[in-house]
Structure formats: structure tokens, C-alpha cells
Design a protein around this ligand. Structure first.
Ligand code: DAH
Length: 342
């Protein structure tokens, strides 16, 4: 065994290289899991007890020396690589490497553009947590206890605690805002929301919403309509028309759905607007007095409107992207196609 140790030691001392790959191969051959050092260790287990002390020391020395030698060689190789000028650097006429400029994610582009339009109307951006409780997502927004949105089918609960959940809409930020502030309130609330849905081209379990809330004295449905008309024209173009269809949300009364005229086909009917000439883009309504009262705002003195829209949906309309999943895959070939000013 002593010969084996001496032989390996001699080979370690003799080995020399400045090539990183060669050094690594050598390291694996000696110190790797199936390397020579391991064979020696195995053999060491079988030596007679009276020889163990002396041989043990030698084996240890050998191992330490092997580690140190490889480290030494690695460092020399690195120093050499740094000191060697790259052969291409002298050729000043070579084209330079192109600067890769990043671009914003399309969802961020659309979110920023939408927030920017409402900022110009005096709305400020408000934020809230993604992990919420029942009160902020449902109860304070006038959801009856048996409302299906509270169901396990739709909502992700945290650790089976029915009180703690991932917000299913950014309307929860309305509640957070009303808690902190008395009217006048004028906020726009972008954020991620979560719903327990099967992922497909048209649905995802994570998506983005933008919520708007305006509360003051004498806020009317006409204010809501005018605000949304302004937004639609700013975002989809000066000739855009809007229409409001009656709808239902627990937190607004009356409630409506907003359609904008299809700017892709100029109202004639295409497969995006399914031949109707109209695109549904958001839900809205007058804040239900129950919501104001639940949040300690005097519903006799104040009225308000709210609206909420899905960012992915608007981005799909804007960019003609037909599969929602593309927004979440972070495929560079997809992302590289977007440029943004904001
Ligand atoms: N929270 C609703 C949803 O997730 C969207 C919405 C509709 C928000 C009407 C509103 C509103 O503020 O008034 O589908």
C-alpha cells in the first residue's frame, strides 16, 4: 500500500497543466467519487490495526497534497487566462458586440399606459397585499356568505384557513384605501390576482387587474360614464365609442359592463369582436352604499363609482396576442417584440 501512496504522490507532483479542463479531469481521476484516492481509502480499511496509525497519516498527507496541488494549478491557469490578451482585441476594425437592450414586459407596458391615463385625471396609484383575508376580498365588499366566488373552486386559501386567501380581485385595494382615507378618494389600483382556474389559452390562475375608485360628494353615474369614455378614447383612439350594459357585482349598484367599439375591424365585425363590432373590457358601477357603510364612510353624504379591468385582456386586444399563456412563459422571442416608452 505504501508503494501505491508514493506512486500517486509522485504523479501528483509531476502533473502540470494550465488548461482548466485538463486540471478538472485530473481532479476527478484522483479525488472524484470513483477516483484513485477512494481506492486507497478502501484499501486502508483493511490494513492491520498496528499499521493504521502510520499509514493513516500518510493517506491524509497524500489527500491534502492532492487538494493543494490542484488548487495551485487552477489558480495558475486562471492567472494565465487573465494575462493572455485576447487575440481579437488588437483588430480595431472588427464590429463591436451589440448592446442588448431589455424591454418591458407587455403586461407592464399596458398597466403603465392605463395608470398613466388615469393619473392625468387625478387618480393616484394605491397598493395592497396579495395575501389577503376574507374581510378585504369579500365581506367588506358586500359579498353574501354563500356567494360562489368564496368557494374553494375559485379561491386559493392559505393553509386551509378559510380566512386567509390569495386575493381574487384588486377590489380588495378599495377596502384598504377606504380604511386609511376619508373622501375625496380617487385611486387606481393595479395588481396581481389569483383564481383556481385550469390554465388555457383564455384563462390563467394568475393574472392582473386594475381597479379604479372615486368617492366624493355628488359623484354620479354620468361621472363614471364620462371618465370611462375619456379612458377609452385615450387608450383605443379618438373615434372609439362606448356602451354600457347592465350587469351585477355585489359591490356596485347599479352595475354595468363596458364595451368599446372594435378598433380592429372598425365596427364591421371580425373574429376578435365575434362579429358584434364591440369588445367587452371592464366591469363598473356605483359603489353600493353597504360597501361605504362597511368601511365607515357616510353613504348619505358620499357616493362613488368603481371599475375593474383585466390587464391581460386589454393587452390581448392591443397586441393581437391570442394565447394568454405567452404572457407567463418569459420566452425571449416573444418578449423581444415589445418596446415601450413608459
Ligand atoms: N372585481 C371584479 C372582478 O374581478 C371587477 C370589477 C367589476 C371591479 C366592477 C369593480 C367594479 O370595481 O365596479 O371581476
Amino acid at each position: 500500500m505504501i508503494e501505491k501512496i508514493n506512486d500517486l504522490l509522485a504523479r501528483i507532483e509531476a502533473f502540470s497543466s494550465t488548461d482548466a479542463k485538463e486540471i478538472e479531469d485530473f481532479r476527478i481521476k484522483i479525488l472524484g467519487r470513483k477516483g484513485e484516492m477512494n481506492d486507497i481509502m478502501d484499501e486502508f480499511k483493511t490494513v492491520a490495526p498496528e499499521l493504521k496509525r502510520e499509514l493513516g497519516q500518510k493517506v491524509n498527507q497524500l489527500k491534502n497534497r492532492a487538494i493543494a496541488r490542484i488548487e495551485e494549478l487552477k489558480q495558475q491557469a486562471e492567472e494565465k487566462a487573465m494575462a493572455t490578451p485576447s487575440s481579437t482585441i488588437d483588430d480595431m476594425s472588427r464590429p463591436g458586440t451589440e448592446e442588448q437592450l431589455g424591454s418591458r414586459h407587455p403586461i407592464s407596458i399596458v398597466r403603465n399606459e392605463i395608470c398613466d391615463i388615469f393619473n392625468r385625471l387625478g387618480f393616484t396609484v394605491a397598493d395592497g397585499p396579495e395575501i389577503e383575508d376574507d374581510w378585504h376580498v369579500f365581506s367588506a365588499l358586500n359579498f353574501p356568505p354563500e356567494h360562489p366566488a368564496r368557494d374553494m373552486q375559485d379561491t386559493f386559501f392559505i393553509e386551509k384557513n378559510p380566512d386567509i386567501l390569495l386575493r381574487t380581485h384588486t377590489s380588495s385595494i378599495q377596502v384598504r384605501t377606504m380604511e386609511k382615507q376619508q373622501p375625496p378618494i380617487r385611486v387606481i389600483c393595479p395588481g396581481r390576482v389569483f383564481r383556481n382556474e385550469a390554465i388555457s389559452a383564455r384563462a390563467h390562475c394568475i393574472f392582473h387587474q386594475i381597479e379604479g375608485l372615486y368617492i366624493d360628494e355628488k359623484v354620479s353615474f354620468a361621472d363614471l360614464k364620462q371618465t370611462l369614455l375619456f379612458f377609452a378614447k385615450e387608450y383605443f383612439g379618438e373615434n372609439t365609442q362606448i356602451r354600457l350594459r347592465p350587469s351585477y357585482f355585489p359591490f356596485t349598484e347599479p352595475s354595468a359592463e363596458l364595451d368599446v367599439s372594435c378598433n380592429l375591424c372598425g365596427d364591421k365585425g371580425c373574429n376578435v369582436c365575434k362579429g358584434t363590432g364591440w369588445l367587452e373590457i371592464l366591469g363598473c358601477g356605483m359603489v353600493d352604499p353597504n360597501v361605504l357603510e362597511a368601511n365607515n364612510i357616510d353613504s348619505k353624504k358620499y357616493t362613488g363609482f368603481a371599475f375593474g379591468m383585466g390587464v391581460e385582456r386589454i393587452a390581448m386586444l392591443k397586441f393581437g396576442v391570442k394565447d394568454l399563456r405567452l404572457y407567463f412563459e418569459n420566452d425571449k422571442r416573444f418578449l423581444d417584440q415589445f418596446e415601450s416608452a413608459i
